[in-house]
Write a protein that binds this ligand. Structure first.
Ligand code: CA
Length: 232
């Protein structure tokens, strides 16, 4: 297996050094870019495995960088945001980012996010699971063609909305999906009451799916942002 190549887009030298030192110590290869233009150039000429992208860049908004990269590539993008407002993260995720880190972050957090993204990458490369008709993750198995979901040997008795929700999360396993993205995909709208309904459906889905709904194994909550199915 080749060492993964990470493109680090960060104009703040101290943060950049923290990231590159961590990457070096953990056997990653990396490229760096100081601004949005360089980031787009490096991304297109070197096709890195993962992009770590600061949102506040000197020449353009990081969200613009995501939009440009998404016109030609699905390479995983983890956003790094100094801004504590959830709206920036949410805009970045809706523009096509996979995950986010909020500054200040620990080295452990950074490494954990990279591992989650790498699992998603290897899943995409190995089985092209998005195309396949049966999805498996831990004990969970979804037969998309038959429209059935199982936990171990047991069939899950899901309502149509719960099943749609489960399929949406599984087809984007490893990726944080925003409330807006989920409600748009399921109901075609994203009013406040859709988001309230989403919480209710998520709670009933978890009761059926999770052994302990209070410490869920499959579906992570990102407070104020959305949900993610973890690759187990
Ligand atoms: Ca910055």
């Amino acid at each position: 297996m080749n060492k993964p190549v990470i493109l680090v887009v960060e104009d703040d030298n101290s943060v950049k050094n923290l990231i590159t030192t961590t990457l070096k110590a953990h056997d990653y290869r990396y490229l760096t870019a100081q601004n949005g233009d360089c980031a787009i150039m490096e991304a297109s000429s070197h096709s890195p495995d993962i992009v770590l992208l600061d949102l506040g860049l000197p020449d353009m908004d990081g969200i613009e960088v995501i939009k440009r990269i998404r016109t030609w590539s699905n390479m995983p993008i983890i956003v790094i945001s100094a801004r504590s407002e959830d709206t920036d993260k949410i805009d970045a995720l809706d523009a096509g980012a996979d995950d986010y880190l909020t500054k200040p972050f620990s080295v452990e957090e950074l490494l954990a996010r990279l591992r989650v993204t790498q699992r998603r990458l290897s899943m995409m490369q190995n089985e092209s699971s998005v195309e396949s008709s049966v999805f498996t993750n831990g004990k969970l198995r979804i037969d998309y063609a038959a429209g059935c979901a199982y936990l171990g040997e047991e069939e899950l008795h899901l309502t149509p909305i719960e099943y749609k929700l489960l399929c949406l999360l599984s087809k984007n396993v490893g990726k944080v999906l925003t409330h807006t993205f989920i409600t748009q995909s399921i109901w075609g709208s994203s009013w406040d009451n859709d988001i309230a309904s989403l919480r209710v459906f998520m709670a009933t889905l978890r009761k059926k799916l999770e052994k302990d709904p209070d410490s869920p194994q499959y579906i992570q909550t990102h407070i104020g942002v959305g949900y993610r199915m973890m690759k187990i």
